[in-house]
Ligand binder design. Structure first.
Ligand code: ADP
Length: 373
């Protein structure tokens, strides 16, 4: 790339020493060019040997991590870098050694800066063994500020919308209860208006939950809960919804031996509602089955449907916020892409996990766990 052999002038009278000197000059020039290129990358970098010791540290890396080159050269990056938590750096290094693949992690750096490290393996020769890693240092300050502004905006808008929507719902409810004097088609219009207002209200509630969660303002009150009674209560509403679509909705649980769980009742009901809403919404025919079982110190709730399933390439992203599957976008199902994200985050807030098993064309099973009380 730097044309090391290009200027070998044919028929030159220069002696060998002169040629060597020229080569050295070109090499030095190429190196300084390379250094300039690396220093002008948007994100600073450093590189380490397979044992973790740093052998290259760009100017930008020194600046952002407030460490001069001599203080880090030859030392293990996960020991010497001023990033917190320290344990997470060690863990990241050992993951890299195990997997030898690109990995990333978020840390807090000097001046409380949010910093992401992205390690990529360096191969010795083409496709050869991994001889170390190159680490990109990404300053997340601006990204976090932008995310914060997004969340503030969502919070503002959702609170502004809540009042007019609930007032519209209230008036529609009153008129619908006294609707006997209306023509049947007018009553149907009102029912449709009520259904879409209810959907708007549900979306606004999800946005409020999202902003509370992201701002760390979610209040979680863990208490002893009879999970069977709670599921039976929530499922009663969804059984009606399912039967309107000719779907069967069954709840299977062992009569004894299911202990109470430690959970927040509002969060638990939201998780159940979001998962049952999806199961009834996306399943066109067949059945939905809710089952309950205990394994060690956790109780598991599995919601299985005979719906379209979820394609493999989107399964990883499906729990991210605002992500909707392709079939949901092309078909006429309404949604915000927040239900699964909230269900997952709420489960984690209570010390559990939400997982998915699915096969395209065969159905999906969402399973969440909660700790035994
Ligand atoms: P929403 O349903 O509002 O789009 P969710 O976060 O609840 O958002 O779900 C995200 C996406 O996951 C949906 O758009 C849909 O593509 C897919 N999905 C969720 N549950 C199911 C299910 N039971 N069967 C098939 N696809 C599902």
């Amino acid at each position: 790339m730097f044309g090391l052999s290009k200027n070998k002038t044919k028929g030159s009278k220069q002696d060998n020493a002169q040629i060597d000197k020229q080569k050295l000059e070109k090499l030095t020039y190429a190196l300084s060019q390379l250094r300039e290129i690396v220093n002008s990358l948007a994100n600073p970098i450093f590189a380490f040997e397979f044992d973790g010791s740093i052998y290259y540290f760009s100017q930008g890396a020194s600046k952002i991590l407030k460490k001069p080159l001599p203080a880090v050269l030859g030392r293990k990056w996960f020991v010497v870098l001023p990033l917190e938590p320290k344990d997470k750096m060690r863990e990241m290094y050992s993951n890299f050694v195990d997997k030898k693949q690109k990995i990333s992690g978020e840390f807090t750096g000097p001046d409380n800066r949010p910093i992401e490290l992205v390690i990529s393996p360096i191969h010795f020769g083409q496709g050869g063994v991994v001889s170390g890693g190159v680490v990109e240092i990404i300053d997340l300050t601006q990204k976090k500020q932008f995310q914060q502004r997004q969340i503030d905006f969502i919070s503002f808008i959702s609170h502004e919308l809540r009042t007019p929507i609930s007032s519209a719902k209230g008036y529609l409810d009153v008129v619908l209860h006294e609707a006997d004097y209306l023509k049947p088609e007018h009553k149907k219009f009102l029912e449709r208006a009520m259904a879409s207002t209810q959907r708007q209200a549900d979306t606004v509630e999800k946005l409020i939950d999202l902003s509370n969660l992201e701002r760390g303002q979610m209040i979680v009150t863990l208490e002893e809960i009879d999970i069977i009674a709670e599921i039976q209560d929530v499922i009663a509403y969804w059984r009606d919804v399912a039967s309107k679509k000719s779907l069967s909705l069954n709840f299977l649980y062992p009569k004894f031996n299911i202990p109470h769980v430690k959970a927040d009742v509002t969060l638990l009901r939201t998780i159940l509602n979001n998962l049952l809403d999806n199961a009834t919404k996306y399943t066109k025919e067949g059945s939905i089955e809710v089952s309950l079982y205990q394994k060690e110190s956790f109780v598991y709730v599995a919601i299985k449907d005979t719906g379209p399933g979820i394609a493999e390439d989107i399964q990883k992203e499906i729990f991210e916020k605002f992500v909707r599957g392709e079939h949901s976008m092309t078909e006429t199902t309404q949604g915000s892409g927040l239900g699964l994200y909230l269900a997952k985050r709420f489960t984690e807030q209570m010390g559990g996990k939400l997982t998915l098993e699915t096969k395209l064309g065969e159905g999906s099973t969402f399973t969440f766990s909660l700790p035994v009380f």
